[in-house]
Every structure is written in C-alpha cells, then in structure tokens.
Design a protein around this ligand. Structure first.
Ligand code: DGL
Length: 273
C-alpha cells in the first residue's frame, strides 16, 4: 500500500457480536474521517466461554478476512480476544493491532483515588487476570477485584438491554462489588456499555465507571498520527458491516445503538479464512 492508500484505507474492527459497536461509536466520534470495516462473529458468540486456542483461531480468521478489505490497522473491540489473542495475532500479522484492555486499565489507574478498582468481564477475561496484571504493573498499590458476569452478553445479544430481568441479574453479579471498597469499575466487556445506565443506577453516582472504548479510540488516533496514516477527509467516513450469521438481527440492533443509519450488513463464511 502506498502512503496515500494507507491514509484512506479503513480500520478493521471486530468483536464476537454487537458489543464492538460501542467501540465503533467512539471511533466514529473521535476520528470522524476514518473509514471502518466491522466484523461481528454472531455465529460463534459468546467468546467468553470459549478456550484460548479457539479465541486465537477465531481472531486470526477474522483478521485474515479484514485484510481482504485492505485495512490499515486493526482494533480488537473485544476484551476477551484482547486478553487471550492479542500477543499471538501481533506476532502473526504485520499491521498495527490494538486491543481494549491496556487502554481500559490505564483509564482506571488514572481515575481511582482510593486505589480499589473493580473489573467486570466475561469468564475468559476474568480467568486470564489480564486487567489485574496490567493495573498492578502500572501501579502496584492498586488492589483489583474481578467479577465474571457471563449472562450479560446473551441478554444484550437477545435485545434484553432494557428488560427488567437485567436488574435482578445485575444485583446477583454486582452486589459484592457494590459492597466492596472500590471507587472505580471497568466495564471489561464491550457489550456492557450497552447496559451502562442500569449498572450506573445500581452502583450509584459515587463509583466511576470506565468504558475502555474512549481511551482505545484515543490510542488509535495517536498511533495513526505517529505512523502518518490518518485519513485527511473532512466528511464522515463510511462504515461497512459484516457478520458470520443473522445479518438482519444485527442490523436492527446496530441501528438502535449507532448514531447514523446502517443500510446493509453482509454475511460471510468466516471458516473460509
Ligand atoms: N464483547 C466481548 C468482550 O468484550 C465478548 C463477549 C463474549 O462474546 O462473550 O469480551
């Protein structure tokens, strides 16, 4: 790719499903000129209950697919894949790849005042302890409590984000965190910002809630600038959507969370990549 082609090439963004849209939303807000190609692995969601080997395999297939769209960089808009596959895919592919965990950990380290941080995420992310490792590497005085909330992802994927059943499940998972000393809580799964207002209501105004998407988009901006790859166009970039199954359901959901209309979503056979 020539320098000019690199500037206008899209950013590849992926997640297991609709969660990564919370990151796309933030990229589109902070880097409006960038084009985006999004892949949601709707046939294989949730990732949070899968093995490390499979998450690495899925991530490699998706990056190979995104490369066919000539992406200039990849954002892994999934904490589970960032936790378990980032190192492997960085070793395999020769393009800038960023995850959401380090930006999220950094934001929490900056936000906490009493040095007690809570992290909510999928089973796989919590088991990996990636947030605890990153946070304590940045500041060993911070203590971290991690809590897996595996039912949040299927509920969000099923469109239950405003259903009253969510409140009972939030109480079931988050009570120990609400009763702990934490003053900061990381939404360590990109699906969770979609139920942020319910989490906020339950945890109370005094807890700082960190959505790693914000910091991730800032990191992406810095990297593109450093590599002279920023898209100079002044109009809003395009966003193409691909999924591995159920395109209509995805499109309907995406239209309820994105600030602009999603006109089409295509299904691709990700196992071919
Ligand atoms: N949204 C993803 C994450 O941030 C994956 C959730 C899942 O598929 O279990 O972890």
């Amino acid at each position: 790719m020539s320098i000019d082609e690199k500037e206008t090439a899209p950013i590849g963004v992926f997640d297991s499903g609709v969660g990564g849209l919370t990151v796309v939303r933030e990229i589109a807000r902070q880097l409006p000129g960038e084009n985006i190609v999004y892949f949601g692995d709707t046939a294989r969601v949730p990732y949070g209950s899968k093995s490390k080997d499979n998450i690495i395999r899925f991530s490699k297939q998706i990056i190979r697919f995104l490369q066919t769209k000539n992406v200039k960089a990849i954002v892994i808009a999934c904490n589970t894949a960032s936790a378990l596959a980032l190192d492997d895919v960085r070793d395999t592919f020769d393009l800038p790849i960023i995850g959401v965990v380090v930006p999220g950990a950094r934001a929490a380290v900056e936000a906490t005042i009493n040095h007690h941080v809570g992290v909510v995420g999928t089973d796989a992310t919590v088991r990996s302890k990636v947030y605890t490792t990153n946070i304590t590497d940045m500041n060993p005085e911070i203590s971290v409590v991690e809590k897996a909330c595996p039912l949040f992802v299927p509920l969000v994927e099923e469109g239950f984000k405003d259903h009253p059943v969510i409140e009972e499940i939030i109480d079931y998972y988050l009570r120990p965190l609400r009763e702990s000393e934490i003053d900061t809580m990381i939404l360590g799964c990109t699906h969770y910002p979609l139920i942020r207002s319910k989490i906020r209501e339950y945890m109370g105004e005094e807890i700082q809630i960190v959505n790693p998407a914000y910091e991730t988009a800032m990191d992406l901006k810095k990297i593109l600038k450093r590599l002279h790859m920023e898209n100079p166009q002044s109009e809003q970039g395009y966003c193409e959507f691909y999924v591995s199954d159920a395109a209509d359901k995805f499109k309907q959901f995406a239209n309820s969370v994105m600030p602009y209309d999603i006109s089409s979503t295509k299904v691709i056979n990700i196992e071919e990549f």
